[in-house]
Ligand binder design. Structure first.
Ligand SMILES: *[C@@H]1O[C@H](CO)[C@@H](O)[C@H](O)[C@H]1NC(C)=O
Ligand SMILES: *[C@@H]1O[C@H](CO)[C@@H](O)[C@H](O)[C@H]1NC(C)=O
Ligand SMILES: *[C@@H]1O[C@H](CO)[C@@H](O)[C@H](O)[C@H]1NC(C)=O
Length: 329
């Protein structure tokens, strides 16, 4: 069965109770005129994050017109939902538009398992949009059976890490031009079990679906650190987050996980609770001094020794550039 071996692996994650970890983003920052992009926004945490960003509008001055006072409502951010399934995305966009009253919720096709799709998406986005203030790298796959992306990368490292690496890379100039701007990477507590095996990055020598997920989440944290280091002084800051154990479609590949989800539902967050730490990192004023840090429940969180290792971070950066055919600098 696909989810074999998950019990040991995920118990510590499952047992971090919701009660102990109910971080809530209390920032009141409003986003009129801002542009945000959320990957994997058609379900779960991504959808909730997108909705909140679209919702953060504000009233401005009262205007006196024709013997009446008129107040002006400025809508929240213009939010792009970057989704593999555009039809599903459109449904979600309609829903968010209805709930938030923000018409500027747009769906664009992005398949992170195909670098051609990523490049096409970025090209389209860069031509149509002048700014990008918030990039939320949220999409992810979890515990898929061994499979490869269009470019021959193992699916977890390919989508969760390399796909977002390329996307971030292609959008970086726009983020810099729009500074102050932020990048949030959704990682996981599961990174603690991750290792970067440079000799087996694509899982060809040995493969374990649960661990492959952990490795890719460790890669997310290492990249956040390295990116943050490289972006110092650019006005762009980067954060990685552990959203908590969230009920989402990520478990679609494992009947075992669905069962565990049910058993431990008392400590499982809703997608809306799961979105709080991403929102906290995207919105909280003055967070720039914590550039590169990892967050859980809206607090700086402890990461594994591997995740703190700068040598590994740099090497992974170079290897990733190499795999994607990007210049190392
Ligand atoms: C995958 O790794 C976990 C954790 O080390 C282990 O418990 C499990 O048996 C492994 N699964 C397989 C199929 O090897
Ligand atoms: C997010 O993760 C991707 C993939 O690991 C990486 O390329 C990118 O630099 C990271 N960005 C941030 C802000 O951490
Ligand atoms: C970082 O990782 C490398 C390679 O695994 C190791 O040799 C080195 O001791 C580690 N550095 C620290 C500070 O842990």
């Amino acid at each position: 069965e696909k989810g074999a071996g998950v019990p040991d692996l995920f118990l510590p994650v499952l047992l971090s109770p919701k009660m102990l970890s109910s971080g809530i983003c209390t920032s009141t920052v409003q986003l009129p005129g801002k542009v945000a992009l959320v990957t994997g926004a058609n379900t779960g945490i991504g959808k909730e994050t997108a909705k909140e960003l679209a919702q953060r509008g504000k009233f401005t001055f009262l205007e006196f017109k024709n013997t009446q006072f008129i107040s002006n409502w400025l809508t929240g951010a213009r939010v792009y939902l970057a989704c593999r399934d555009v039809q599903k995305g459109e449904l979600v966009a309609r829903e968010i538009q209805t709930v938030t009253g923000n018409e500027q919720v747009l769906v664009r096709k992005l398949d992170l398992s195909d670098t051609k799709s990523i490049r096409a998406f970025a090209e389209g986005f860069l031509t149509e949009e002048k700014h990008l203030h918030i990039l939320i790298n949220n999409a992810g796959v979890m515990m898929c059976p061994y499979s490869k992306t269009a470019d021959g990368f193992e699916m977890h490292i390919g989508v969760n890490h390399l796909g977002h690496f390329l996307l971030t890379h292609l959008l970086l100039e726009k983020l810099k031009e729009s500074a102050p701007s932020r990048i949030v990477n959704v990682s996981s507590l599961a990174h603690h079990l991750g290792r970067i095996h440079f000799h087996n990055l694509q899982g060809e020598k040995f493969y374990n679906a649960s661990l492959a997920y952990c490795h890719s989440k460790l890669a997310n944290i290492l990249f956040t650190k390295e990116l943050a280091r490289r972006l110092k002084g650019s006005g762009v800051t980067a954060y990685s987050v552990h959203p908590g154990t969230v009920q989402s479609e990520l478990v679609r590949h494992s009947s075992f996980m669905r069962c565990m989800w049910w058993l431990f539902s008392f400590c499982i967050k809703t997608p809306q609770q799961g979105a709080q730490t991403s929102l906290y990192c995207a919105l909280t004023e003055g967070l720039e001094i914590l550039n590169g840090k990892h967050f859980s429940d809206c607090h700086v969180a402890w990461v594994s020794a591997q995740a703190r290792n700068e040598t590994i971070a740099r090497r992974l950066w170079d290897v990733s550039c190499d795999l994607l055919g990007l210049p190392m600098d």
